[in-house]
Ligand binder design. Structure first.
Ligand code: FUL
Length: 482
């Protein structure tokens, strides 16, 4: 009896407390529209990866080999994939993708489906295997491995016939024996093969082969399904960049949506196909003796227009004829990373308190303080019926800033379509600092430098109640706008 009374008392105290905090089991927002898979979320969170174009073109000084190159041309003198990984790590990359087979058809591994491979070269007496070293080095370095395998093959004798689709799938199968990959990169290029014919690619079959053997891999192509080409090779995603895309009726290559669509995505597109920005640190994709890497300022510019616009950055850093990343490129990567670390060292929101015009169910679970913590899975959300809302960051002492970082919690979809940021002047008036459309996984706004005690972020249009997991503020004195 006594026990029952105690339990009742405890229940009353608890429910009063919960009511006071407004915390009684408020359901999280329903996912909106197309949403990413777990693999796509993990992929997006990698943010910057490295691409390595390496093969016969490295030795012939061209960008596209025609498939007639002698295997003996492939002769790296000092190949060391561990050195590639060290350069990638120094650059802050999380994964590395290698051109295992480019358009010339030459395979960097002894692919049983081909007679045009490292096995036919004199390199290491035909016993060499770049892919094996690449996977081993990535694993040791704790970096994820990815593969580019070109469907366009200017050497394969059966290219241009239905048989080639099977050959290509077997080629994928062979490459996949080396270990797990995080990304399969499919180039949409579809030129003529050795007998002058074009191939009708069996994309559903190619994708099914990846899904069967590498279920965790994100598939890149012009239209995904895992991620999409950003529509240019200059390192530029759209200021409006939806991770959603309309893919019905489209195919990689000639059948792809317009480049402009790939740059911006489609609002309310039926599939989650986020943009990947592939760009080379040098003018070409392959190494050429007379080319040099971009400057740190150029790389920062690319970072801001890719990662800063809801896209992953895939930065190509080509190994040279020794089979090593040239010193000037490795150094540039390290400088690039150091610059980013300096820029993003001090998040000024650590000094802020935050409030919101609406908090979902007035529940602590969705309170705006979650915008300031670095826990990925906690977020600020509004009630389902509230599609416009603001958060205000207040500082005891004025702060100076010129970068505003916003993140939507993409596991629940991409929702924000329009927003603005303003700040309070010393006289109490509010002044516009920046306007934007999409946010997505990450949006970095480059704003004029201002000093303020109050900053407001307003969501002006959303497809469903806004769900944001991060706001950060920085003062960047390194990047000088190009
Ligand atoms: C393009 C290819 O034609 C280039 O050679 C390069 O590999 C680039 C990443 O994709 O489609």
């Amino acid at each position: 009896m006594q026990m029952c009374r105690l339990k009742l008392l405890a229940a009353i105290v608890l429910s009063t407390f919960v009511a006071a905090c407004g915390d009684a089991e408020v359901a999280p927002p329903e996912p909106f529209g197309a949403v990413p898979t777990e693999a796509q979320v993990a992929w997006q969170r990698m943010e910057v990866n490295m691409f390595c174009h390496f093969g016969p073109n490295t030795f012939t000084d061209v960008e596209w080999g025609d498939g007639t190159e002698s295997e003996s041309l492939f002769a790296p003198t000092d190949l060391d994939c561990r050195q590639w990984m060290a350069a990638a790590e120094a650059g802050g990359m999380k994964g590395v993708i290698i051109t295992a087979k480019h358009h010339d058809g030459f395979c960097l591994w002894p692919n049983p489906e081909s007679q045009h491979t490292v096995r036919e070269s004199a390199w290491r007496d035909g016993k060499g295997d770049v892919l094996a070293e690449f996977f081993a080095a990535a694993e040791t370095a704790g970096l994820k491995a990815g593969i580019y395998i070109s469907p366009w093959d200017r050497h394969a004798p059966d290219y241009g016939t239905e048989a080639y689709n099977a050959t290509f799938c077997k080629t994928l199968e062979s490459a996949y024996t080396y270990g797990p990959i995080f990304e399969q990169w499919f180039d949409g290029a579809n030129g003529e093969g050795p007998n002058g014919k074009h191939q009708v690619y069996d994309w559903p079959r190619f994708n099914a082969t990846v899904a069967r053997l590498q279920p965790a891999a994100v598939i890149f192509s012009d239209v995904g399904p895992g991620c999409r080409w950003v529509g240019n090779e200059e390192g530029r995603a759209g200021e409006t960049c939806w991770s959603t895309l309309k893919v019905e009726g489209f195919a990689p290559g000639a059948g792809a949506p317009s480049q402009d669509t790939l740059t911006h995505g489609n609002r309310c597109g039926a599939c989650w196909v986020p943009a990947e920005t592939d760009v080379s640190i040098r003018p070409g994709w392959f190494w050429h003796a007379d080319e040099h890497p971009k400057t740190v300022q150029q790389l920062l510019d690319i970072y801001y227009t890719s990662v800063g616009r809801n896209s992953l950055l895939l930065l190509n850093v080509p190994p040279d004829r020794r089979g090593l990343i040239p010193t000037e490129d490795s150094l540039r990567l390290a400088e690039f990373r150091a610059a980013l670390e300096t820029i993003f060292a001090d998040d000024l929101t650590r000094l802020a308190t935050v409030s919101a015009t609406n908090t979902r169910g007035r529940s602590k679970a969705y309170r705006p303080e979650h915008l300031l913590d670095t826990t990925y899975n906690t977020y600020w959300a509004t009630d389902d019926t509230v599609l416009t809302a603001s958060v205000v960051l207040r500082f005891k002492k004025a702060v100076t800033l010129n970068r505003v970082v916003l993140q939507e919690y993409i596991p629940l979809g991409q929702r924000v379509a329009k927003f603005h940021v303003d700040y309070q002047n010393a006289d109490g008036s509010w002044q516009m600092l920046a306007t934007g459309t999409t946010i997505g996984y990450k949006r970095i706004l480059l704003t004029p430098t201002v000093t303020t005690r109050n900053l407001r972020i307003s969501i002006d249009e959303a497809l469903a109640c806004p769900v944001l997991n991060r706001v950060a503020l920085y003062y960047d004195t390194v990047y000088q706008s190009l």
